[in-house]
Design a protein around this ligand. Structure first.
Ligand SMILES: Nc1ncnc2c1ncn2[C@@H]1O[C@H](COP(=O)(O)OP(=O)(O)OP(=O)(O)O)[C@@H](O)[C@H]1O
Ligand SMILES: [Mg+2]
Length: 118
């Protein structure tokens, strides 16, 4: 997935530790997979953040797919409609410094994460 390479390159550029690189790349991979599998494809926006000496990456995944009826339920570990493990969304949240999800049935889904240097 191209997203993984782009996120890895940005994280290396920002001198993220190997652990932080892996966390943001893994989160991006999960969300990118959802965008493809459930959202029917979409867009990813990568933003470089700076706050004093801290550096960060924000990723915004957006699709115009079917959306999620019950976001709270979808966030729970083990919940899946696709025969996966149901760990993608919860995992992405745990791997990120910031996480937000906005999904509307019939309109689509937008997930934003950020990770800062530690
Ligand atoms: N972009 C999306 N559009 C519509 N539904 C989504 C989207 N992302 C997630 N979902 C719904 O939320 C559920 C949970 O997603 P999550 O990524 O946690 O698990 P999964 O994709 O089913 O399995 P895993 O990621 O562990 O392989 C999905 O099964 C799907 O029903
Ligand atoms: Mg998933």
């Amino acid at each position: 997935m191209l997203v993984r390479q782009a996120v890895r390159a940005a994280a290396v550029d920002l001198r993220f530790s190997l652990v932080d690189q892996t966390k943001i790349v893994t989160a991006a991979s999960e969300l990118g997979r959802n965008t493809l599998d459930y959202g029917g494809g979409g867009t990813v926006r990568l933003q470089v953040l700076q706050d004093g000496g801290r550096r960060g990456i924000r990723l915004t995944f957006e699709d115009k797919g079917p959306g999620i009826t019950d976001v709270e339920r979808a966030m729970k570990d083990g919940y899946t409609t696709g025969g996966g493990l149901g760990l993608g969304l919860g995992g992405a949240r745990r791997l990120s410094s910031e996480f937000s999800i906005d999904s509307r049935p019939g309109e689509g889904t937008k997930v934003t994460i950020a990770r800062w240097t530690t």
